[in-house]
Design a protein around this ligand. Structure first.
Ligand code: ADP
Ligand code: MG
Length: 591
């Protein structure tokens, strides 16, 4: 007798369930997707025991006829595709006909459903491959109850993480669908408590506010970008809104939440030089493209998709994010809120009644504010190291960069400038770094980088290890303007440097470059060049550099002409703004 036999359906379903139903959150995902595919406008999710005891998803979608409700829990039963051609233009979230059968293989499932064509609905209970139907008085729509998840697969149950983790996964699933479908209302209750509520608003930003809160939403920039094949919309975080992980990078392709390395890479690349390397940007992006360009039939849970034109998608997403960042004024505003309790505690409360009356008709512009309350500048000068000179004209701003009038330098480090609604503080080092970086990059990329012979070449003593690194990278160094060669035993000499730094560089500068080389590891050639350029720009900036007003002015002017003026190439901010309104709050003129 042969030893090969066909598996029975119950066992097949259990095996399939292993792929589809990993944890309670997977059940929620599948049921919510079914509700969305059924055209629901409102989806209610209730759970007990973080989903292991009960998951109940109720919708107001199209419902199922009795006939359909009896087939739906069977394996490969679907209303969504019928032939092979359909597989290449999938417009629904589901299509494999696996979810209900997989869930029923590892839990007790009850479906109550009614279509608008019927007066009496159907209740179907499923246990294993046993399916029973009866009449039920239910509203139009579908409610699926899943009890005792993994009751018959104890090994699976053991693999579940703690309740907090399972609940977090579950909440994330609902959050993502609420973000993807702002036109649909979502509520999630756990043991009767409301965990999430996102009303159907039709507006993505409103959905973001219900999910992540208003404070988060206020630091977002809207994205709208069309390329011939891909449409990108949604919201991205200002570079100041960063996270330690990629939790807040949510991507939908044709309204399906996916993880796609290409899209993620494009987003992160677009923020390059705008934030610290270890911080992650925030992005909630929706990509629309022909379903023919997306293969969703790659992964049982369809989390990963295959794109047939990765490069096109990369370009579109990169451009969408980069141009949004370039268009907006991204100057962080100093928030005093956090410090207020401390200040209040130190000030006697009644002192400010007179100032309070000024506050009500607060001057509308910075100009008026100055006229109304001339500042005792002499005292300020004496009390600090603020240097003031003749009055400077405004440096003309652009659409996004404010007009600034330099008023002085603080601690040989910060440039203070007046803007129309307050004070801008420019970190002169960060600003110069940004200016150098863009000029250097432009010269390098256009192959127009000018270098000069150093009048006195810089000789450095190197350890054997450093020597090896330098020898290995002479071509990368040369390609960005530094001609370095061995110089006798244990030393190297640098004979050229890019003109743009404007002055002869010293040994410390070149030591910094060599330090950058030691961090190269497995970077590509372009990344190595970029790293060297960034390091050179940082090193070229002189620390604590007392500047004349004219010098400050030209830094501000050059910064205003940068493409990405608001951060240095390492992601630190170049300037921030203290608004008149905030100053007034600080002086208790307004509350
Ligand atoms: P798939 O979604 O891949 O088609 P499922 O096993 O998830 O497979 O569902 C099987 C079928 O049951 C669906 O194709 C659909 O016709 C029907 N169905 C499931 N859930 C619902 C629902 N909430 N409302 C209406 N029909 C549903
Ligand atoms: Mg489905």
């Amino acid at each position: 007798m042969g030893i090969i036999h066909e598996l029975d359906e119950e066992l097949i379903n259990k095996i399939a369930a292993g792929e589809v139903v990993e944890r309670p959150a997977s059940v929620v995902k599948e049921l919510v997707e079914n509700s969305l595919d059924a055209g629901a406008r409102s989806i209610r999710i209730e759970v007990l025991g973080q989903g292991s005891e009960l998951i109940r998803v109720s919708d107001d979608g199209c419902g199922m006829s009795r006939e359909d409700a009896l087939i739906a829990p069977r394996r490969h039963a679907t209303s969504k595709i019928s032939d092979e051609a359909d597989l290449f233009s999938i417009e629904t979230l589901g299509f494999r006909g696996e979810a209900l059968s997989s869930i029923a293989a590892v839990a007790r499932v009850r479906i109550r459903t009614r279509t608008s064509a019927e007066d009496v609905g159907t209740e179907v209970s499923v246990e294993g491959t046993d399916i029973h139907a009866s009449d039920a008085a239910v509203p139009v729509g579908t409610r699926v109850e899943v009890r005792d998840l993994f009751y018959n697969t104890p090994a699976r149950r053991k693999h579940l993480k703690g309740p907090a983790t399972e609940m977090r996964h579950l909440v994330e699933v609902v959050q993502r669908y609420a973000l993807a479908y702002p036109g649909v209302g979502f509520t999630l209750r756990s043991a009767g408590d409301e965990v999430l509520s996102a009303p159907a608003s039709g507006d993505r930003l409103a959905a973001i506010v219900s999910i992540y809160g208003a404070a988060f939403a206020k630091d977002l920039l809207p994205v709208k970008f069309e390329s011939p094949h891909v449409e990108v919309s949604g919201y991205i975080g200002k570079p100041t809104l960063t996270k330690a992980d990629t939790q807040h990078q949510v991507v939908f392709i044709n309204s399906r939440h996916v993880t796609n390395a290409t899209v993620m890479r494009a987003v992160n690349d677009a923020y390059h030089t705008l934030m610290h390397l270890e911080r992650k940007p925030v992005a909630i992006l929706s990509l629309e493209m022909s379903p023919r360009l997306v293969d969703v039939n790659v992964h049982p849970t369809k989390r990963e998709v295959r794109l047939s034109h990765e490069e096109l998608v990369y370009q579109a997403v990169f451009e969408a994010v980069r141009s949004t960042l370039a268009e907006h004024q991204l100057i962080p505003t100093h928030e005093l809120e956090a410090q207020r309790p401390l200040i209040a505690a130190r000030i006697d409360p009644p002192v400010l009644s007179a100032a309070g009356s000024i506050a009500r008709d607060a001057p509308a512009t910075a100009q008026q504010a100055r006229l109304a309350q001339p500042a005792p500048l002499a005292e300020v000068t004496a009390a600090s190291q603020l240097s003031l000179g003749e009055v400077q004209p405004y440096v003309e701003g652009t659409d996004r960069f404010p007009s600034l009038r330099v008023i002085g330098q603080l601690h040989s480090t910060y440039i203070l400038a007046e803007c129309d609604d307050g004070l801008c503080v420019v970190d002169q080092h960060a600003a110069q770094e940004r200016v150098f970086y863009e000029r250097f990059m432009d010269g390098h990329l256009s192959k127009g980088l000018k270098t000069q012979q150093l009048l006195s070449p810089v000789v450095m003593e190197l350890s054997p290890a450093e020597m090896r690194l330098v020898e290995e990278h002479t071509d990368v160094l040369a390609s960005v303007g530094f001609e370095v060669e061995p110089f006798g035993q244990g030393a190297a000499v640098c004979r050229t440097a890019p003109v743009l730094f404007g002055r002869v560089q010293d040994e410390r500068f070149f030591r910094d470059l060599i330090a950058a080389i030691t961090e190269f590891r497995d970077l590509s050639r372009e990344q190595r060049e970029e790293r060297l350029i960034r390091r050179a720009c940082r090193s070229a900036v002189k620390a604590n550099d007392p500047l004349e007003l004219g010098g400050m002015r030209s830094i501000v002017e050059e910064l205003s002409r940068c493409r990405m003026p608001f951060t240095c190439p390492h992601g630190r901010p170049t300037l921030f703004r203290l608004t008149i309104h905030e100053l007034e709050r600080r002086f208790k003129r307004v509350s």
